[in-house]
Design a protein around this ligand. Structure first.
Ligand SMILES: Nc1nc2c(c(=O)[nH]1)N[C@H]1C(S)=C(S)[C@@H](COP(=O)(O)O)O[C@H]1N2
Ligand SMILES: [Mo]
Length: 317
C-alpha cells in the first residue's frame, strides 16, 4: 500500500514558485534568443569524454521545424523533473553523479531473441538527426528543445518483436546509492513507462541521445531518453536501461502512484483538466508568456488516427 505524500510537481502552488518567477523574469530580460542574463548560473556540460561526441551536431531534420522560440539551454538545463535526484526542479547538480558509461540497454520480452547492447554500439547503429520538439509538462509549463536522436521505430525494428507483442515497457536505471531519490520507498522504483507498438513506431516517437547539438546532459536523462511530444512530459522516461515487449499493458510509474491523476495514455488535451488544475494554458519557459495549450500538443495530424475507436479509454490524462 502506497503512502500518499505530497509531491512537488503535483501541487498547484508549484505553478508559481519563486523559482519559476525567477527563471521567467530572467527569460524575459534575456529577450528573444539571448541567454546573457542567465550567465550567473553554472554551466553543466556533458562529459567531455563522451565516446559519441563526434556524432554531434546531428543534421537537423527540416520536417520538425517549429515556429516557437527554442528554450535557452541554460534555462532548460536548470529546470528538470528527475525524481531519482529529488522531487523539485533543481536536480541538475545532483544528477551529475550519474555514471553514463559503461551503459547497457537490455531488449527482452516478446522478441525473436532477447539481447543486451552497449549504448555506444546502439547509437552508432542508428542514423542520428536533430528535431525541434515542443515539450508540455502536466504541470502546465512547456519548453521547445533541439533534441538529437533516432526514431524509436528503428529500435523496434532492431528488437524484432513477435506478433504477440502489443506494448513496449521501458525502465530507468535503479541505483539508490547514486540516485538518492530512489531511497524514498513510497515510490515504485524503478521509473517505468509504456507505449503501444503503434505509438512506439509512430514517426514522432523519438529516442533522444543529445540536446542542443551535443551529447545530452545528465539531467535530461542521459544517455537515452524518450520524446513523445504529443503526450505529457511524464511519459518521456529518462536514462533508459531496458525495453521489454509485452502483450499486457504495462503500468507506468505515475499511474502506479496515483492512477486517478496520471494515466497510461496521457495525451495532451487543453479541454481535459487535471483533477487539481486546468490544462487550458501553459507557461512557455522560453518567453515566460502563458499560451493556449493545443490538442495533442499541436501534433494531432501525426497522431490522432491512432486513437480512433478508443473513445472509451481515458486518452487525455
Ligand atoms: N526516470 C525519470 N524520467 C522522467 C521523470 C522522472 O522523474 N524520472 N520526470 C518526467 C517528467 S514529469 C518530465 S516533465 C520530463 C522532464 O524532462 P526535462 O527535465 O528534460 O525537462 O521528464 C520525465 N521523465
Ligand atoms: Mo512533467
Amino acid at each position: 500500500m502506497l503512502i500518499r505524500t505530497p509531491r512537488g510537481w503535483e501541487l498547484p502552488e508549484r505553478l508559481a514558485t519563486p523559482e519559476d518567477i525567477f527563471l521567467n523574469r530572467r527569460a524575459l530580460l534575456a529577450g528573444a534568443g539571448s541567454i546573457a542574463a542567465v550567465g550567473a548560473m553554472p554551466e553543466l556540460a556533458f562529459a567531455a569524454d563522451d565516446p559519441t561526441a563526434d556524432l554531434y551536431p546531428a543534421k537537423r531534420n527540416p520536417a520538425f521545424k517549429l515556429a516557437r522560440q527554442i528554450t535557452p539551454e541554460k534555462i532548460n538545463s536548470h529546470y528538470n523533473n528527475f525524481y531519482e535526484f529529488g522531487s523539485h526542479k533543481k536536480i541538475s547538480e545532483k544528477a551529475q553523479a550519474l555514471e553514463v558509461r559503461p551503459w547497457e540497454v537490455k531488449i527482452d520480452g516478446e522478441v525473436e531473441k532477447p539481447f543486451t547492447i552497449g549504448i555506444d554500439d546502439l547509437i552508432r547503429k542508428m542514423a542520428l538527426e536533430e528535431r525541434l520538439y515542443r515539450h508540455r509538462c502536466v504541470e502546465a509549463w512547456s519548453m521547445t528543445i533541439p533534441w538529437s536522436g533516432f526514431p524509436m521505430q528503428d529500435l523496434v525494428a532492431l528488437a524484432k518483436p513477435l506478433s504477440s507483442a502489443k506494448y513496449v515497457r521501458m525502465e530507468t536505471f535503479h541505483n539508490p546509492k547514486v540516485a538518492t531519490g530512489q531511497k524514498a520507498a513510497w515510490y515504485p522504483w524503478p521509473y517505468v513507462e509504456g507505449l503501444t507498438i503503434a505509438e512506439a513506431t509512430n514517426e514522432l516517437a523519438f529516442l533522444v541521445t543529445g540536446a542542443y547539438g551535443k551529447p545530452m546532459a545528465k539531467q535530461f536523462g542521459a544517455p537515452l531518453r524518450l520524446a513523445v511530444p504529443w503526450k505529457y512530459g511524464f511519459k518521456h522516461i529518462k536514462s533508459i536501461v531496458r525495453f521489454s515487449f509485452t502483450s499486457e499493458r504495462p503500468k507506468s510509474f505515475w499511474e502506479a502512484v496515483q492512477a486517478r491523476e496520471y494515466g497510461f495514455w496521457a495525451n495532451v488535451n487543453p479541454a481535459v483538466d487535471h483533477p487539481r488544475w486546468s490544462q487550458a494554458t501553459e507557461r512557455d519557459l522560453a518567453t515566460g508568456v502563458r499560451i493556449p495549450t493545443k490538442l495533442y500538443n499541436g501534433y494531432g495530424a501525426q497522431v490522432a488516427h491512432m486513437y480512433k475507436g478508443m473513445e472509451g479509454e481515458k486518452l487525455f490524462m
